[in-house]
Ligand binder design. Structure first.
Ligand SMILES: [Zn+2]
Ligand SMILES: [Zn+2]
Length: 382
């Protein structure tokens, strides 16, 4: 069973999910791996039965029809498949976290998983002075080794029925549909009491942690707000209280005014390479309209976002071919009460540089490409 363990020193939760060891990895050639792994891509049109039942399907309109051509890697035949869908959202077959039937009350679970042993020990031995001291040790041990049964959801957004399409290569209306799916699933989980926070991310390429090349992203909803999200939001709140304005709105306005780290801009978005970005060619997609939550976007913003993502990701893929990257959608925790201070955004984090000993030991990053140069390269490719 999965569990989360708390690292007190780092103020950090770690999710343990041994089940994810079993997931197929297209990029790793294991002994005895099936030779037809691409022919059996579970995200391709025609293989819908390979995934759990979908939680959302965005179909083709009645006027559209799509025929997917795919090469069977075993027989080298071209397979023709008709698809009736454009975007499918399915539960992850190998979830990092999942809803446990009994896990409806996180605080009760915390006591059950982290404190039950020491709690029952105290009841049984409370009259005995010697064992009471032992019980104190047990309580200290429960504090040091705090663990919980996590509550959450883990879904896969299959962005296209076509194996060979990347997000930036999809049509504008298709990319809009992907973001529509994000919005609908976030709205759905926002209404669930047991889910406190959700993150959507995309791992593109093996160095970014992708296990299948078929274009997809993932949504993880958690029954707790991760410490790093809390820390960042606290910093944003401090900035807001001191300056009476949103940090992200200020930064984006200044980046657009100065311009040397600006990559592109549209009616609703500003894209720039952050001043102290950790990774070469890192950039931020910043929405001009101040909103704390992504799922509040209106249709015109979704459409504009599709265009700006297509052009900025396309520029990255053209100028840095074969580069892996993570795309992370940061949206506020569902019960956020500081919506004026928090501002959703998308980070694109290229992974040409490995996180090595120095970064792991200091949380200080070495970036070999200045953001001003990265912005100029990407700007010229748009
Ligand atoms: Zn596929
Ligand atoms: Zn703002």
């Amino acid at each position: 069973m999965q569990e989360t363990r708390y690292d007190w020193l780092e103020d950090r939760w770690v999710l343990f999910a041994p089940n994810r060891e079993q997931r197929p990895n297209e990029y790793i050639c294991k002994e005895n791996a099936p030779a037809n792994k691409l022919a059996a891509c579970p995200f391709c049109a025609g293989f819908e039965q390979s995934t759990p039942a979908p939680s959302l399907v965005l179909p083709l309109s009645e006027l559209e029809s799509t025929t997917i051509l795919r090469r069977d890697e075993v027989n080298k035949n071209i397979i023709r498949t008709r698809s009736k869908w454009k975007v499918r959202v399915v539960p992850n077959k190998y979830p990092a976290v999942q809803t446990h039937a009994a896990a409806t009350d996180h605080s009760q679970l915390a006591m059950l998983a982290g404190g039950l042993d020491s709690f029952s020990y105290q009841l049984e031995h409370q009259s005995d002075e010697g064992t009471r001291r032992e019980a104190d040790v047990m309580i200290a041990s429960a504090d040091l080794f705090r663990k919980e049964i996590p509550t959450g959801v883990h879904e896969v957004v299959i962005e296209s029925p076509d194996h060979d399409q990347s997000l930036s290569g999809l049509s504008l209306s298709h990319v809009e549909l992907v973001f529509q799916a994000y919005k609908m699933r976030l709205q759905h989980f926002r209404s669930k009491q047991e889910i406190k926070h959700a993150i959507i991310f995309k791992n593109y390429g093996p160095d970014a942690g992708a296990s299948l090349s078929h274009s997809h992203s993932q949504l993880v909803g958690l029954g707790f707000v991760p410490s790093e999200v809390n820390r960042r939001n606290q910093r944003l709140l401090e900035y807001f209280e001191k300056h009476e304005s949103c940090y992200h709105c200020q930064i984006a306005a200044e980046e657009e005014r100065v311009g040397d780290r600006l990559i592109c801009a549209s009616e609703h978005f500003v894209v720039y390479a952050p001043f102290a970005g950790r990774f070469p060619f890192e950039f931020v997609i910043h929405p001009r309209t101040h909103r704390s939550h992504f799922d509040e976007l209106i249709r015109s913003e979704l459409k504009d976002l599709a265009g700006i993502v297509k052009s900025s990701l396309g520029a990255l893929e053209r100028t840095q071919p074969h580069l892996s990257y993570n795309m992370v959608l940061n949206t506020s925790p569902f019960s956020n009460s500081h919506s004026l201070a928090h501002h959703w955004n998308i980070q694109v984090l290229p992974r040409s540089a490995k996180i090595a000993g120095f970064e792991l030991g200091t949380d200080c990053f070495i970036n070999t490409v200045k953001p001003e140069h990265a912005a100029a390269v990407l700007r010229s490719a748009i």
